[in-house]
Design a protein around this ligand. Structure first.
Ligand code: SAM
Ligand code: SF4
Ligand code: F3S
Length: 452
């Protein structure tokens, strides 16, 4: 697209929400780069500002309004005009309706219309009008879009879009549509290609990767996908998210048997109370979840388990919450993302009346955070004295003399840079670190042996 009228323009992208949105931003960047645009780190320097939005919680919604209005006070760019584009889940949900409240937005593109972002921007620059495109379904295969990967050694690989689960609190199925799996050969070819160009780690993305293939083959075939990806030469495979109701025994077997699948599993529980789980429409009980955890640990004893938990679902009692606390203690999570329930208009839970005072919910949230911190600390102690292979990402933000990377269990690891070694020569390589300190959110130690 060298003859694009966007040629030479600068752009800035800010992304909110989940990895799916982060990956969508990589596609937007890829398309803009292919038009000859240049990414900049500061919106003040940009001719094009893109917000990739999220609406999973109310705070994310509110932030977009703040961000758009703060663009009004930016200096006019050298080209004389700045175009503001809004993509992602709020764009998909509200479409042209966003223009009522956001009077400085020029382009709105939904999650299924990313392929059209360049032409929408071109039109906006040409006529000064607002341009909106929010299709229901995406007919452009992901592989047909260029892709700007932030890092050369790891990549996100979406294997499916949408969600069929309709958890009663969640807006995602309403904005991202139903589950649609990518062709298995296409994914395997893409990952083989990534391994060939030096990518060492991939994270497979989907709202519920365990049901990958159900729409294509009538039954999930995620285990088969993991086994095939294990033969591509990629060294580390992570995936997210897994819905407990669809985690099949053959998937646990594949995780245990394919060396490239890392010993890490994100299995969102949301609540430890079977009563609340029913109201959430999660389709498993506390006992079934705990049984699943036992089965996973049976096959992969040192697995790092992480989860998502919502506190303050409408009608949650102290007894319900205590069940969440005891479940978290029993599982011993290595990490957990904890959220305060946020009412989302249009979801079934939004109709459930609730008068739990805010202070009670905040107090529960803090108690849960303490339990998670304790279990994360205890989990990390197991690695004290061990040698851990670390994929190096860069230096620590606080101390540039220390390298920072990730272990196979997705733990953050710090170690002093070996004498005479530049970080540029280590990024994307794996170094062995002997762990001599284990904290709640990181391990630290000393590099032993040579990078590979
Ligand atoms: N599909 C993933 C799964 O089920 O594991 C979750 C995707 S969602 C983007 C990430 C997390 O946001 C959910 O697991 C849930 O904990 C949280 N979440 C979703 N809707 C929420 C709401 N209305 N209020 C608070 N947290 C919410
Ligand atoms: Fe939302 Fe549930 Fe789908 Fe996850 S599985 S995206 S929480 S509806
Ligand atoms: Fe948010 Fe959309 Fe992801 S609502 S969490 S960006 S799927």
């Amino acid at each position: 697209m060298q003859n694009s009228t966007l040629f030479g323009k600068t752009y800035f992208i800010r992304t909110f929400g989940c990895q799916m949105n982060m990956h969508d931003s990589e596609r937007v960047s890829g398309l803009l780069d292919s038009c000859g645009c240049l990414e900049v780190a500061d919106p003040a320097d940009a001719d094009i500002v893109v917000f990739m939005t999220c609406c999973v919680r109310e705070a994310a919604d509110t932030r977009l309004y703040g961000q758009c209005s703060s663009c009004k006070s930016l200096p006019v760019p050298p080209g004389g005009r700045r175009v503001i584009a809004v993509g992602g889940c709020i764009a998909q949900r509200d479409g042209a309706g966003l223009l009522t409240n956001l009077d400085n937005v020029d382009v709105i593109f939904g999650t299924a219309s990313i392929a059209h972002v360049a032409e929408l921007l071109e039109q906006a620059f040409a006529d000064g009008e607002a341009h909106v495109r929010c299709e229901e379904r995406d007919d452009t295969p992901a592989t047909a879009m260029p892709w700007h990967r932030a890092e050369r050694y790891r990549a996100w690989v979406p294997i499916m879009t949408g969600c069929n689960n309709f958890c009663s609190y969640c807006i995602v199925p309403f904005v991202r549509g139903r589950e649609k799996s990518r062709d298995m050969d296409e994914i395997v070819d893409e990952v083989t290609g990534l391994a060939r160009v030096g990518v060492r780690e991939i994270t497979l993305l989907g709202q519920n990767v365990n049901s990958y293939g159900r729409d294509l083959f009538g039954a999930p075939r995620f285990a088969e996908l993991l086994r095939r990806l294990g033969d591509t030469g990629i060294e580390r495979i992570f995936f997210t998210s897994s819905h407990p109701k669809d985690l099949l025994p053959e998937t646990i077997d594949a995780m245990a048997e394919v060396p490239a699948v890392m010993p890490q599993l994100h299995l969102a529980v949301q609540s430890g109370s079977s009563r609340i789980l029913k109201l959430m429409n999660r389709k498993y009980t506390r006992e079934q979840y705990l049984d699943l955890i036992d089965r996973v640990r049976d096959r992969i004893p040192d697995i790092a388990l992480s989860t998502d938990i919502i506190v303050g679902f409408p009608g949650e009692t102290e007894e319900d919450f205590l069940e969440t606390l005891s479940l978290a203690e029993r599982v011993g999570y290595a990490q957990a993302f904890t959220f305060i329930y946020s009412r989302r208009e249009g979801t079934p839970a939004a109709r459930i009346a609730d008068d739990t005072p805010r202070e009670v919910i905040l107090d529960r949230f803090n108690r849960l955070v303490h339990v998670i911190e304790d279990s994360a600390y205890a989990f990390n102690q197991h690695d004290l004295g061990h040698v851990v292979p670390v994929l190096v990402e860069g230096t620590s933000k606080k101390d540039e003399t220390k390298l920072l990377g990730k272990s196979p269990k997705n733990q953050t690891v710090h170690a002093p840079l070996p004498v005479g070694v530049r970080i540029e020569d280590l990024i994307g390589r794996i170094v062995d670190v002997k762990v001599d300190d284990a904290r709640t959110w990181y391990l630290s130690g000393t590099v032993v042996g040579s990078p590979r």
